[in-house]
Each structure stands twice: as C-alpha cells, then as structure tokens.
Design a protein. Structure first.
Length: 160
C-alpha cells in the first residue's frame, strides 16, 4: 500500500506545540495550498486549507522555526481521524501527518534553506538533528560553471 503526500504552501497561523501525557511533543498547524489550475469562471486559483500534525523532533522544529506566512514543504501521509464533537455528532477529519518538513523560501525571504524530519532533513541530515543550511552566494562561493577547476595532478586512472 502507498500513502505518501507532498504539499507546499504557506502557514495560515503559527504552529501550536503541545505535549502528550507521556511528554511527546506534537505540533499542529494549517497550510494554505494553492491549486495548480485556475477557476474557469473567476480566473483565480482556489486555495485548499490543509491541517498538518508533526510529532516529536519534527514538531519541535516546526514550532521553533516556522511561523504564519512562512512557505514550507511538508512530506508525509494522509490520515483520516474520527472524533465526536461537543454535541455528540461523529466527525471525520483529514490531516497530513508530517514525516519531513522543509523551508520553502530562501534565506533572503526570512529563513534558511534546510529542513528537518524524523527520517532526516534535507541534505541528508541524520535523524534528530536539523540539516545545515545551504551556503548562500554572498559567502564568496562561486556559482555556475566557474566553480570547477582542472586538476593538475590527474593521472587519468579512475578510482573504480
């Protein structure tokens, strides 16, 4: 079976971090995700409001580094949860359980470009640690084709 979802959008409000009775951190937030197509009648894109739940280290990362309006990419699974409202009616809620969360905007837009998840963040960071941000161009690291140089001691033998 396959249940994998990736969404990209802006946080509709600041994440809310709570802890279970056993002390496990869990963050909840809502994302505004624009659809890829425009409405035929209005010519505007519709927005879906998607609830996201992030557990443990991913939840702590989200609550610490993301805020309302921030662009984020969430990778996880879709989960249907049944609950009873205060009037006794049975309700069903669809939500994304985040496995990995990444910044969707650049450092210039207000954050760094790393990510974090229970299975590792972007750039292969080990689980339990946020990934190192990518080095921006203004740190003197050349971009484009000028970052490669000819090796002076190349004897032509390949190491494999």
């Amino acid at each position: 079976m396959l249940n994998h979802i990736v969404i990209m959008g802006r946080l509709a409000r600041d994440p809310e971090l709570r802890h279970t009775q056993t002390g496990t951190p869990v963050a909840t937030f809502r994302m505004a995700v624009d659809r890829d197509f425009k409405d035929k009648n209005t010519g505007e894109r519709q927005t879906d409001w998607i609830d996201v739940v992030a557990w443990r280290g991913t939840g702590e990362f989200v609550s610490r580094y993301l805020s309302k309006g921030r662009l984020a990419v969430v990778e996880g699974r879709l989960q249907m949860r049944e609950w009873t409202d205060k009037d006794g009616n049975r309700r069903t809620t669809a939500e994304v359980v985040a496995e990995n969360v990444y910044f969707g905007d650049s450092r210039r837009d207000g954050g760094d470009t790393g990510g974090y998840g229970d299975r590792g963040g972007s750039y292969g960071a080990p689980a339990g640690r946020p990934a190192a941000p990518a080095a921006p161009a203004d740190y003197g690291i050349p971009s484009g084709g000028d970052q490669f140089a000819e090796l002076a001691d190349d004897d032509g033998d390949l190491p494999f």
